[in-house]
Design a protein. Structure first.
Length: 287
């Protein structure tokens, strides 16, 4: 696997996507990751969670909405809800999902009719093969009970969605659906954005992810963004974009992060523009 290069190169490949109107008329649906609705609700105190992405997309002429899902609910349940949303859309949509939301999007898109309602799928740091952090939390009974209780307290689901992120459950699901995933990737433009934390010292919120990344590295899960190993975030057969950054690099501004720049790169790789999404041959890695 080729390791990520610094995010200072984030502007590369963005030519044509910086000009407003490139996505004119494109319907875009954003799907939150675990606890995304909680983070998004903290916008009044200055926290950015996908707000900057939505603003950038609207500046390109896109029509943007967030799919409201209880993010701690089971993946299968949210996938069915997302599938229903896709089927109800009057025109094809571009689906952009972060973290756990990418797993729900993938499951929903395994329905060929739902996939036909999409022009492309962008998965931002999604743990397709699970997260060691989820393993650690669910194996420790006090932590598992606290996570379940917090989910119910916040009214974001029953907490079973966290257990769905364990490496054991995800490996089993990916194996069971391997043929359907391959068929999806053959007909729909898909790109997976993965990030890894650099060796340099980190500050602020990124420092927390740095500590988690070091813990994961000690257990063989390296490189990672602090929650998701790079290897877990890449779907075999999809296009891949690898960059430096923590697990919020693709969804939260501040601290040198440039989520809009990363999204612009991903869309450029997919070839999504005013002319639409041209067919993409079998997946390959960008680097």
């Amino acid at each position: 696997m080729t390791l990520p290069r610094p995010m200072t190169g984030a502007a590369e490949g963005r030519e044509g996507l910086d000009r407003p109107g490139n996505l004119a008329g494109q319907r875009v649906l954003l799907v939150h990751g675990l606890m995304g609705e909680v983070m998004a609700a903290l916008r009044p105190i200055g926290l950015d969670y996908m707000h900057g992405l939505a603003a950038w997309l609207r500046a390109q002429g896109a029509e943007v909405d967030v799919v409201r899902l209880p993010t701690a609910a089971p993946i299968a349940r949210n996938a069915e809800r997302l599938r229903e949303v896709l089927l109800a859309e009057p025109s094809p949509v571009l689906l952009i999902a972060h973290s756990k939301g990418g797993l729900e999007a993938l499951a929903a898109l395994l329905d060929p009719v739902a996939a036909a309602r999409c022009t492309g799928f962008v998965a931002l740091q999604s743990p397709f093969f699970g997260s060691p952090i989820a393993d650690a939390v669910t194996r420790a009974r006090p932590l598992d009970a606290a996570a379940m209780g917090l989910a119910r307290l916040l009214r974001i689901g029953n907490g079973e969605g966290l257990r769905d992120l364990t490496t054991t459950r995800r490996a089993a699901w990916m194996e069971a659906h391997a043929q359907s995933i391959a068929a999806l990737l053959a007909r729909l433009p898909v790109i997976c954005l993965a990030t890894a934390l650099p060796a340099r010292s980190l500050r602020g919120r990124d420092r927390i992810y740095g500590l988690a990344a070091r813990w994961m590295a000690q257990r063989g899960a390296w490189p990672s963004d602090g929650l998701v190993p790079v290897a877990s975030a890449l779907l075999p057969g999809a296009r891949h974009l690898l960059r430096d950054g923590s697990h919020i690099a693709s969804v939260s501004r501040g601290g040198g992060r440039d989520p809009a720049g990363l999204l612009a790169e991903a869309l450029a790789v997919l070839g999504l523009s005013r002319e639409g999404a041209p067919p993409i041959p079998d997946g390959r890695q960008i680097e």
